[in-house]
Write a protein that binds this ligand. Structure first.
Ligand SMILES: [Zn+2]
Length: 199
């Protein structure tokens, strides 16, 4: 496969990019355990967007593996998972935002967060938080216990692990290398993510 775009997402920031139907998106965890919130929109109709609930409702599974179809809010296939070298990804938790740090952790100063990151990254497309769906949280580990408690744990991705998606429509997408540095989901550090668009 040929690399047509190679984007380094600095830890704690987000970058947007476009990919065409048939191209592949490779999300690479450069150092390991870096949560990568991912959002995508149909390039031809930005009201249609990646929706994790519609995806897991259709798949009846929260486990990302080869052949898993990620769907839009109109239940149409948007991506097919071609390969994941990491075991855990999350499809249920919202993106971190300023309130997450202020309300849940009592941090008074502004803290970088994924919702602000996505607004920065999608600014050329005039997409704001009112347009966003819940993200697909690549390399994030969330576990639901038998008594239905939600447990967030340090991710299990290692340096160089990746998720490879095939685009089933033309998309505008963005990845936020989550700036969470308070709970252990990112291995207590913030690191870079590399995005490659391949064909
Ligand atoms: Zn975040």
């Amino acid at each position: 496969m040929k690399i047509v775009q190679d984007i380094l997402v600095p830890g704690g920031f987000a970058r947007s990019f476009e990919a065409k139907k048939g191209q592949k998106i490779k999300v690479i965890d450069v150092e390991g355990k870096q949560v990568s919130d991912f959002m995508a929109f149909n390039k031809d109709d930005l009201k249609e967007k990646l929706s994790t609930p519609h995806s897991y409702m259709s798949a009846l599974s929260l486990h990302i593996e080869q052949g898993y179809i990620l769907r839009t809010n109109l239940r149409r296939p948007m991506f097919e998972v071609l390969e994941s070298t990491a075991y855990s990804h999350d499809m249920i938790l919202p993106a971190c935002d300023e309130q997450r740090y202020r309300v849940d952790y009592g941090i008074k100063e502004p803290h970088r967060n994924c919702v602000d990151n996505f607004e920065e990254a999608f600014e050329p497309y005039h997409l704001t938080r009112e347009n966003f769906a819940n993200p697909f949280n690549i390399f994030q580990k969330t576990r639901i216990t038998e008594d239905h408690q939600i447990i967030q744990e340090e991710g299990d991705s290692n340096a160089g692990d990746y998720l490879l998606l095939e685009c089933l429509m033309d998309v505008v997408a963005a990845v936020s290398a989550c700036p969470m540095d308070i709970n252990p989901i990112g291995g207590n550090k913030i690191s870079d993510i590399r995005i490659q668009v391949l064909e």
